[in-house]
Design a protein around this ligand. Structure first.
Ligand SMILES: Cc1cc2nc3c(=O)[nH]c(=O)nc-3n(C[C@H](O)[C@H](O)[C@H](O)COP(=O)(O)O)c2cc1C
Length: 322
């Protein structure tokens, strides 16, 4: 089950995706606890880091419980990307530095010419990866998309450049920037990347359970799979996939009692990390994710979006599940 990124041994092939607003310390701890072999922290801006922006610096918070962990950075300016990577290398306990070349949101991909926008400029990609690798000790990984749009699918070319520049692994989210999160991930692109580079390839896109994880690994030959949306409100997915990959065991979905306890635990951890106000605000996203598929939860969903204190949220959750 294990594989290596640089000299770092990763105990299994199941990885939590970087997700802004989600893949923070509490969620990474849960993901590791339930079986993710490696977790990616949400992206931080190179400029935000260098200007010691308060919000950005808070995003760097991590604990040893999460390790091994990759810290992702985004940006497009060569010098500030290198400086930001050097900062992480020196001051963060993260085990890996990851470069975002897949983010589609306008603020990142258009305004900052970063994220997926870099897919349009393979020369700059190579330059950024090479310069970062030369200046840091931690292994460097890169997360890309299939390409900018359907007419410019270049994941294989970009992956070769990234390998040449010295990266230790590459994640492929097999959709173009134009696709956003719609349509299906194209596993043939992950397969083609795997056939053309010798560094580990992490497949990403639409893994939702044990069978889809196994299918991606078998079909593409990728070294590991990365899970994003299917983990929202569902940290149990890691234990499910782990059991399925081991011997085909299908683990039962969590009981209502487990979901209730997890919601309260997650709320508590978010409030401890970010303060009560932000914690309950973030629970307005996580709550409905946890309640997905549970009958008669619409009133609770609405109540969660209006609750004003941690105690009130806990009471609402307890009432609903009793
Ligand atoms: C809420 C959310 C936030 C995301 N934030 C990031 C991010 O910070 N960096 C990144 O590289 N990808 C980000 N992504 C993309 C995911 O890492 C992943 O590539 C994508 O969701 C496809 O995987 P999935 O089909 O398993 O969800 C984000 C996705 C979601 C849904």
């Amino acid at each position: 089950m294990s594989f290596k990124i640089g000299n770092l041994e990763i105990e299994n092939k199941i990885i939590l995706a970087p997700m802004a607003g989600v893949s923070n310390s509490p969620f990474r701890i849960l993901s590791r606890k339930f079986g993710a072999g490696l977790v990616y922290a949400e992206m931080v801006s190179d400029k935000g880091l260098l200007h010691k922006n308060e919000k950005t610096m808070k995003l760097l918070y991590m604990t040893d419980l999460e390790r091994p962990m990759a810290q992702q950075i985004f940006g497009s300016d060569l010098k500030s990307m290198v400086d930001a990577a050097m900062y992480i290398d020196q001051y963060s306990d993260a085990d890996i530095i990851d470069i975002n070349m897949g983010c589609p949101v306008p603020k990142v991909a258009i305004k900052a010419q970063a994220g997926a926008s870099l897919m349009k400029n393979p020369d700059l990609i190579e330059e950024i990866v090479f310069s970062i690798v030369q200046n840091v000790k931690k292994p460097v990984t890169v997360k890309i998309r299939s390409g900018w749009d359907i007419n410019s699918i270049n994941a294989v070319e970009v992956a070769k450049r990234i390998e040449k520049a010295g990266a230790s692994a590459i994640t492929v989210h097999a959709r173009t920037r134009a696709q956003g999160y719609s349509g299906n991930a194209d596993l043939d692109i992950i397969k083609a990347v795997k056939e053309n580079v010798s560094i580990p390839v992490i497949g990403n896109g639409d893994v939702i359970d044990g069978p889809s994880a196994k299918y991606m690994l078998d079909y593409t030959g990728c070294d590991a799979i990365m899970i994003g949306r299917a983990s929202l409100g569902n940290p149990w997915i890691f234990r499910e996939i782990k059991a399925y990959l081991k011997d085909g065991t299908q683990i039962d979905r969590p009981s209502h009692q487990e979901i209730k306890e997890m919601m309260i635990h997650h709320l508590d951890a978010l409030c401890k990390l970010k303060g009560e106000k932000v914690g309950i605000l973030e629970m307005r996203s996580h709550g409905p994710w946890y309640l997905k598929g549970i009958e008669h939860a619409s009133t609770l969903r609405k109540q969660l979006s209006q609750a004003k204190s941690k105690e009130e949220v806990i009471e609402l959750i307890n009432d609903f599940f009793s």
